[in-house]
Design a protein around this ligand. Structure first.
Ligand SMILES: Nc1ncnc2c1ncn2[C@@H]1O[C@H](COP(=O)(O)OP(=O)(O)OP(=O)(O)O)[C@@H](O)[C@H]1O
Length: 656
């Protein structure tokens, strides 16, 4: 059985925010999960929950990849369906408010899929007020008490309210002001010049500004939520303090209360057009938020705050000496299952997921036998691969990628090439120059290298034929040395081109109890939910068509383009296989080694993969929001050429 170590990460810092010491330590983000009750009348009677709480810190959910297991997650706190607004506020949020009185920063983030209860948790209703009104009331109360006459400090509280919509920072208190910039002063404080700041002396003051501004927030109807938040709403409360007696020090604490936009699986939301674009921005920024939380909790030296507006804004309030809590909201309905698992994985990425074996029977109504189809769903290579993927994300596995998957652009390392190859490239460069081609030398820009190689490949077909023969020899040599796993993969028993070490989960004594989780059973009858458990070929059939353009024509266009490059079929197949391998297993950093993949695209790819699973084929890249079919074609062309070039440079020199 997998070990159940709960990684606590770096410990919370108690240091006050000193102007000279910039983020001296790294604080762990505390994470709670809140499970909302069923909200649809019809479902509440007929449907059973796919999640259940185990205690005040942990919960379990059926494992869609293996019906003999449930996934158990442990957090700093778990709040079940019956928990009240008061419970979550008092237990998880109220304790951090006191830090503001010491001039420290804090943030509260509500995270989760669309419709899971984030806005309810943060705002609530007049009868059931959420975290925002409760925190404001208590904070104002604290400042009155601590700032009373005769006390050493005087307090002033103010508020700003903004939304981040499609990577634009918009002032909800002054909606006409347009996109605002985020700046950092030399002490590391984050500032938004021009953002409205309203003093609030009482809760009535707060409501007067907050309620009308809330109506300015961008919401829209999606298939899953009639009033879905399309932006991250950020309420910033500043607590400024002045000492009444010498040395008259000043302090400032900032509290961010954030209702994040919901992560969205666009196959289920049915989003198109503007909604799809919004969704792309939402998912991308949530992905960066996940990376920031990961980096903080793992104590990594680099925290990618600058990769999105949301995290940039939170830079001085997430990590460092700040106190941050994240509340992951989840829904009990089975139609939310994939979103729930994604959210739980996000929330617990720095912790271990505990596999707890159950008897197979425990998922079945008494007396019912396991159906063959269900057994097929428990395809061992799938489960093994899924676990390996989790281990890779957790950093507990050792991916051991074949180096060939990682170096698709060897031309950048000119000085490492053998002299003959260098000479050939230089000749090629001279030829191109003599034809009056524009731009810089082939050897100084990778883009130019690619263009030049493309031309060279077209012009020197005969040479390619010769190289092809050599490549075959080389390939035969290489194949004879390949690891066994790769051979198995080609025989169809493994689908991943870059196999990770597998880890088996031995069965321990099954728990003797009936589990009211019927998700797996439903999946055997529901084709749409079995996508990630199908064999690759079946999976492709189930995938919805890409939303844009006419895929068949585009695919045809792509094939024609590749045919024009005259790359030998076996070389083409091998290069596609390697590209797909890297797309499915590479980290954002590794993906950037691919041609045409920058930081943003790499993040989009990893984000998409986390949400939808591996790509079935390279062309699936077009399904990633923000990557067009045209870009996929250019991407493929560039990377195949790069791969061909790799083989070209690897060939032994033949003196002509
Ligand atoms: N704990 C709860 N108790 C009762 N009702 C709840 C609870 N949480 C959420 N709801 C209800 O569920 C519905 C969806 O909740 P909400 O709008 O807060 O979701 P959301 O996560 O903010 O969605 P989106 O990201 O699309 O804005 C609302 O009708 C809300 O009143």
């Amino acid at each position: 059985m997998k070990t159940t170590i709960y990684k606590q990460g770096a410990t919370r810092s108690q240091l006050s925010k000193g102007r000279t010491s910039r983020r001296p330590t790294v604080a762990r983000v505390r994470v709670a999960v809140r499970l909302r009750p069923f909200v649809e009348e019809a479902n509440s009677t007929s449907e059973s929950s796919c999640v259940r709480g185990l205690d005040g810190c942990s919960l379990e959910i059926a494992n869609g990849r293996n019906s003999q297991e449930t996934l158990k997650y442990q957090f700093d706190a778990f709040y079940g369906e019956t928990s009240t607004q008061q419970d979550i506020y008092v237990g998880f949020v109220h304790p951090i408010l006191r830090h503001l009185m010491n001039g420290q920063n804090a943030s509260v983030l509500a995270y989760g899929p669309t419709g899971a209860g984030k806005t309810y948790t943060m705002l609530g209703s007049p009868e059931q007020p959420g975290i925002i009104p409760r925190a404001l009331k208590d904070l104002l109360q604290l400042t009155w008490e601590e700032g009373a006459e005769g006390r050493p400090w005087a307090f002033a509280v103010s508020m700003s309210y903004l939304e981040i919509y499609q990577e634009k920072v918009l002032d909800l208190l002054a909606p006409a002001s347009g996109d605002l910039v985020i700046r950092e002063d030399r002490w590391g404080n984050i500032l938004i010049p021009g953002l409205t700041q309203k003093p609030i002396a009482s809760f009535t003051d707060f409501e007067q500004h907050f309620l009308p501004a809330s109506r300015n927030r961008t919401v829209g109807a999606t298939r899953l939520n009639q009033r879905s938040s399309r932006s991250h709403a950020v309420l910033l409360v500043k607590v400024e303090q002045r000492e009444r007696i010498a040395p008259f020090r000043q302090r400032e604490g900032k509290l961010y209360l954030i209702d994040l936009a919901g992560s969205e699986d666009n196959r289920r939301t049915g989003n198109q057009g503007l909604r799809l674009k919004e969704s792309g921005a939402i998912n991308a920024s949530l992905f960066v938020l996940g990376k920031v939380v990961d980096a903080l909790n793992q104590g990594l030296p680099r925290v990618p705050y600058r990769d999105s507006k949301l995290t940039r804004l939170l830079q001085d309030s997430l990590g460092g000496s700040a106190h941050s809590v994240l509340i992951a909201n989840i829904a009990p309905e089975r139609r939310f299952y994939l979103d729930t698992v994604t959210s739980l994985n996000f929330a617990s990425r720095s912790k271990e997921v505990i596999n707890r074996p159950f008897t197979h029977k425990s998922f079945q109504p008494p007396g019912e036998k396991v159906k063959l189809a269900q057994k097929e769903l428990m395809d061992p290579p799938e489960a093994k691969r899924a676990r390996s993927q989790e281990e890779l994300e957790d950093g507990t596995g050792s991916p051991d990628l074949p180096t060939s998957c990682l170096k698709l652009s060897p031309l950048k390392q000119l000085n490492t090439l053998e002299p003959a190859v260098q000479e050939r490239l230089l000749n090629l460069d001279r030829i191109l120059d003599s034809r009056g081609s524009q731009g810089t030398s082939i050897l100084s820009t990778p883009r130019r290298e690619r263009t030049a190689l493309e031309k060279a490949l077209k012009e020197k077909d005969s040479e390619i034929q010769r190289l092809k023969e050599k490549y075959k020899e080389l390939e035969a040599n290489r194949l004879s040395q390949r690891p066994k796993e790769l051979e198995e993969e080609e025989n169809g028993s493994l689908a991943s081109p870059c196999p990770f070490p597998s880890q088996t989960v031995p069965m321990t004594k099954p728990l003797n109890r009936v589990v009211p989780l019927q998700l797996i059973q439903e999946q055997t009858t529901s084709q749409s939910k079995t996508r990630f458990l199908q064999k690759e070929s079946q999976k492709r059939k189930l995938r919805p068509e890409p939303p844009r353009g006419q895929p068949e024509q585009q695919a045809e266009g792509l094939r024609t383009t590749l045919a024009m490059l005259q790359v030998p079929p076996d070389l083409l197949a091998e290069s596609r296989r390697r590209i797909l391998g890297l797309l499915n297993t590479g980290s954002a950093k590794e993906l950037r080694r691919l041609q045409r993949i920058g930081e943003k695209k790499a993040q989009l790819i990893v984000g998409w993969r986390e949400l939808h699973g591996p790509f079935a084929e390279v062309e699936d890249l077009g399904r990633v929001e923000g990557i067009s079919e045209k870009q996929v074609a250019t991407f493929l062309k560039a990377n195949i050429l790069s791969f061909v070039a790799e083989c070209f440079t690897a060939l032994p020199r033949k003196d002509s």
